[in-house]
Design a protein around this ligand. Structure first.
Ligand SMILES: [Zn+2]
Ligand SMILES: [Zn+2]
Length: 420
């Protein structure tokens, strides 16, 4: 490659990231608006934490044995020699913020939502990005299984509002510190017995966290794990009582659900409830939303003994099934003709905007026909025309692009006509 060619090479977005262009952004805004509206109906408030966090937050929070920590974190050393990580998930950030600001001492409910990018250094593939986006909610300090059912109902409401059809709710309990160790011990023995049939990843998991073998997509591992005991048969009285309450809450809301004992979610901190909402149209990577309870996390961070539960929804995956068609907002195109009409045109555009009318004026000194052509191409609802003749009379013309009807009006009337 010659020097010239190298210099002229276009700079592309970083691998695994993508631009969200104006033509797509309407869908994103629709998801965010629906999220805000629904979550606030249930008493949630937005908490915006930084994108970068100390690496140890995720090592501690996400778990040393989690694949996310081991393989997928975007970690770098900053100029001050600190190890910084682009957050791979949101929950540890919320826990940190609650502790740092002592939010648990405030009267406000500990119910938070957040929408934004997360980062994982994963192999990019169709529909999977290194910078991906999540809508996330978290609740702290609610032990009762009623909240587990309520957040699933809230998730269902959001997905309905977004027009996601054909969903299925999968639920499970992964037990607690009282009942899980005995189950894991049995699972470890069973996994050791079929070790030869497991992939390298699962061979490691068989010793560290055999639950995670259930997450493996390799066919041989799936077959080997098919005969493993189900955690739902090994829950302590408290966990099985909680699970029963959770399911009866879902029944109360009329939400059909299926118990999936292999639903362990990819992260080690879950206790008791885990759930996923899957959309059939998504195929193998079918979960649009998933979550669970993490009752020990706050305590493990050295904070108060406050239980937690939450879910995260992948926006890219959601958009693949939501089929959102956001409405186009009506706007006015202001066409000015001739130098003497330019400044009155600018003034009129300002008036329209001040009255809340979206108005586009382009400063290219084109003729009326060309400007009408632009207005039509851009989908303007109205064209406001101001020429030298109109300026002299203190008038302008308003044309409805829908009906083709055109009339003269004073600047005050233009605002009235357009606002209806
Ligand atoms: Zn238990
Ligand atoms: Zn495997």
């Amino acid at each position: 490659m010659t020097k010239d060619k190298r210099d002229s090479k276009e700079i592309a977005a970083v691998k695994g990231t993508k631009d969200i262009l104006p033509e797509e952004v309407g869908q994103w805004q629709a998801v965010e608006a629906a999220g805000r509206r629904v979550f606030e109906l249930y008493g949630y408030r937005e908490l915006r934490a930084p994108i970068i966090e100390p690496t140890e937050l995720f090592e501690k929070g996400t778990g040393q044995t989690s694949d996310i920590v081991i393989k997928e974190m975007y970690t770098f050393t900053d100029k001050g020699g600190r190890s910084i990580t682009l957050r791979p998930e949101y929950t540890p950030s919320v826990v940190r913020a609650i502790l740092e600001h002592r939010l648990y001492l405030q009267p406000d409910p500990l119910r938070f939502y957040y929408m934004g990018p997360m980062f994982r250094y994963d192999k990019p593939q169709k529909g999977r990005y290194r910078q991906f986006h999540q809508v996330d909610i978290e609740v702290f300090g609610e032990k009762d299984a009623a909240i587990d059912a309520e957040i699933v109902e809230m998730a269902d409401r959001l997905l309905r509002e977004l027009g996601v059809a054909g969903t299925e709710i999968l639920v499970n309990s992964v037990g607690c510190r009282a009942c899980r160790p005995a189950y894991l011990k049995e699972l470890r023995n069973r996994a050791a017995a079929v070790k030869d049939r497991l992939c390298d990843d699962c061979k490691r998991k068989a010793e560290t966290n055999p639950l995670r073998i259930f997450d493996c997509k390799v066919e041989g591992c799936k077959e080997a794990a098919a005969g493993f005991p189900a955690i739902t048969d090994h829950l302590c009285a408290e966990c099985s009582g909680h699970f029963a309450e959770f399911k009866s809450g879902l029944d109360l809301y009329g939400l059909a659900h299926e118990v999936e004992p292999r639903l362990v979610r990819g992260i080690d901190y879950y206790t008791k409830t885990t759930f996923e909402v899957v959309a059939s149209s998504l195929g193998a990577q079918s979960a649009v939303l998933g979550g669970g309870r993490y009752d020990d996390m706050m305590k493990d961070f050295g904070g108060p003994d406050l239980c937690g539960i939450g879910f995260a929804m992948g926006v890219e995956r959601l958009l693949a099934v939501a089929g959102l068609k956001p409405e186009k907002k009506p706007f006015a195109y202001l066409a000015y003709m001739g130098g003497a009409a330019k400044k009155p045109g600018m003034e009129l555009a300002r008036r329209l905007r001040a009255a809340g009318v979206e108005c586009l004026i382009e400063y290219k000194d084109k003729g009326l026909k060309a400007q009408l052509g632009r207005a039509s191409k851009l989908g303007a609802a109205w064209v406001v025309i101001i020429g030298e003749e109109e300026v002299r009379k203190g008038l302008c013309a308003v044309k409805s692009m829908a009906t083709g009807e055109q009339r003269d009006a004073s600047p005050d009337d233009v605002v009235k006509i357009i606002r209806g």
